[in-house]
Design a protein around this ligand. Structure first.
Ligand code: AHR
Length: 312
């Protein structure tokens, strides 16, 4: 038996029965629901007690949940932070109690010594991948774009906007003509797209929709259809997440491209925690997940089925 193997088995024994507090944002999207499901199943498989707290989109609920986890003396805290700012004090409290905090899927503006690690994608890169897809797709033709932003102040809304703008910069044929938040939800995506279509004289001159997540795109697709236009052809649709419903839309020709964000953030988070508990191994400050582009050429029906089988 090697020293490494001994350390591993000690870590596994230590990890059994650990209590993890999870402050989740809410259930605004299909992606969020999948992340919650996978976190619960990962915790169960590893024999952890998961204390789940749904913040219903409110930072103050997340702060209260973290304080309660600290008071209970949990072994670690997972935090999916709804917005990027305002975390310093509560993260400091967790650090003083020596409870490791792992950020999931969104970033914070706080100093990185206030948390153990962050698991997530490069959110600027996701926007760049989406924007580059559109640059290539329109191939120099003029294109008026409408943009549905995620939750105001959240790192994915800020960074996905920046990334997309980076990609289209210098391509004068592409222009964002309307941009507004729709809170990452399907219902708001539909409403805001309706207002875009109305403001744009029915929408005949809109060439593309960029949505910061698939759910808003799915809502917007409905609005486009109700306005008598064909999503996917009259108005190109590109978004982010790669949830099952967008693959259905891509298979039906009603959406064109999506950038995958894995909902399995808990797997890498728990691996990092287990190594830390075992022998104090400090993970990298950022554990990056992949951002793969999918289009109609990538077997959308198969991708839909595969995700359904995984329990999305
Ligand atoms: O933070 C990740 C984003 O949050 C997902 O892209 C979106 O669907 C979710 O609500």
């Amino acid at each position: 038996t090697t020293v490494a193997a001994l350390a591993l088995s000690a870590g596994a024994a230590l990890a059994e029965g650990e209590t993890i507090g999870f402050s989740q944002i809410g259930s605004e999207s299909g992606w969020r629901a999948a992340e919650t499901t996978l976190t619960r199943s990962q915790a169960e498989e590893r024999g952890y007690q998961l204390q789940f707290s749904d913040a219903q989109q409110r930072q103050e609920n997340q702060i209260a949940a973290i304080r309660s986890f600290v008071a209970q003396g949990v072994d670690a805290i997972l935090l999916a932070p709804v917005v990027a700012t305002g975390w310093d004090s509560v993260l400091q409290e967790a650090a003083e109690a020596e409870i490791p905090v792992v950020l999931l899927d969104r970033q914070v503006d706080s100093a990185d010594d206030l948390y153990l690690t962050a698991v997530g994608s490069d959110l600027v890169h996701e926007g760049e991948v989406a924007g580059q897809w559109l640059v290539d797709e329109v191939a120099g033709e003029p294109c008026r774009i409408v943009e549905l932003q995620g939750t105001t102040g959240s790192s994915p809304a800020i960074d996905r906007k920046t990334g997309f703008e980076n990609a289209i910069a210098g391509h004068d044929n592409l222009e964002i003509v309307r941009s507004q938040t729709a809170d990452f939800t399907r219902a708001r995506g539909k409403e805001v797209m309706e207002s875009f279509l109305q403001a744009e004289g029915g929408g005949a001159d809109i060439c593309a929709l960029y949505a910061h997540n698939d759910d808003m795109a799915v809502g917007a697709i409905q609005a486009i259809k109700e306005a008598g236009l064909a999503p996917g052809t009259d108005i190109l649709v590109v978004s982010i997440d790669a949830v099952p419903d967008i693959f259905q839309a891509i298979a039906a020709g009603e959406a064109n491209a999506t950038v995958e964000l894995t909902p399995n953030m808990a797997g890498p988070a728990f691996d990092a925690l287990e190594a830390y508990w075992a022998d104090g191994t400090m993970p990298e400050k950022f554990i990056q997940t992949e951002s793969k582009l999918y289009t109609a050429a990538d077997d959308p029906q198969g991708e839909y089925d595969r995700r359904k089988d995984l329990g999305y």
